[in-house]
Design a protein around this ligand. Sequence first.
Ligand code: AP5
Length: 220
Amino acid sequence: MISKIILLGPPGAGKGTQAALLARRFGVPHVSTGDMLRNAVREGTELGCQAKTAMEAGLLVSDDIVVGIVRETLARADYARGFVLDGFPRTVAQAERLQGLQTSAPGPFVVLDVKVPDEEIIVRLSSRRVCSACTRTYNLISSPPKREGVCDDCGASLTQRPDDKPETIALRLVVFHKQNDSLLEYYRSQGALCCEVDGTGEVDAVAQRISHLLELEQVR
Ligand code: AP5
């Protein structure tokens, strides 16, 4: 039974997009550390103040802060049936600490490593826009809003994430490439189910590839 999914991949690989679809499909919560940290920054909490500088610079927030918020989240009753992790873990230290967190969700972790070339990442992230009120994500090329600069759902204005500026995207890619191979190595050494997913093409095509891989894993 598949109930605990980890999505790995570069910034802009579509982890958030695919995690939301998987969470709906399996009826489990979507855990995005990026969204949780951004909410904390928006609300001006102490955690948000600690995370803001690193996030806007495209660097990682400290393991202690991130593991702390994930620990609190996974301990909640509605996470007992499983969850989809998007953006966590990012380092081997986080992965090791995830193993030790209390969760009653059954089964092993399934790790999906979403592959998208850096050139495409730069295009995707430069054209991402986010609703300033409801946080719905758009892409000016692949999924534009009906009216320019305005959210289809709530009518609020669309903004660009501070870390989606070209120089910050480049740094986020460097940070990602530095961590991801050792993270995958860690999961393989733990005997986790690790699947590589081609993250290029339309959102539905990527979702279908993931469904196919998960079906194969379920019949193993
Ligand atoms: P986080 O929010 O996790 O950012 P990220 O990993 O850099 O990923 P993104 O949200 O940019 O992209 P995504 O892969 O989710 O793609 P999306 O679906 O949005 O983290 C932000 C920051 O928080 C980090 O830099 C760090 O500072 C901190 N942080 C978070 N977690 C941390 C941790 N564990 N440890 C330490 N620090 C942490 O899609 C991107 C765009 O492409 C969208 O416009 C979308 O519409 C479009 N798109 C999606 N799929 C497709 C497709 N198939 N074709 C064309 N366009 C597509």
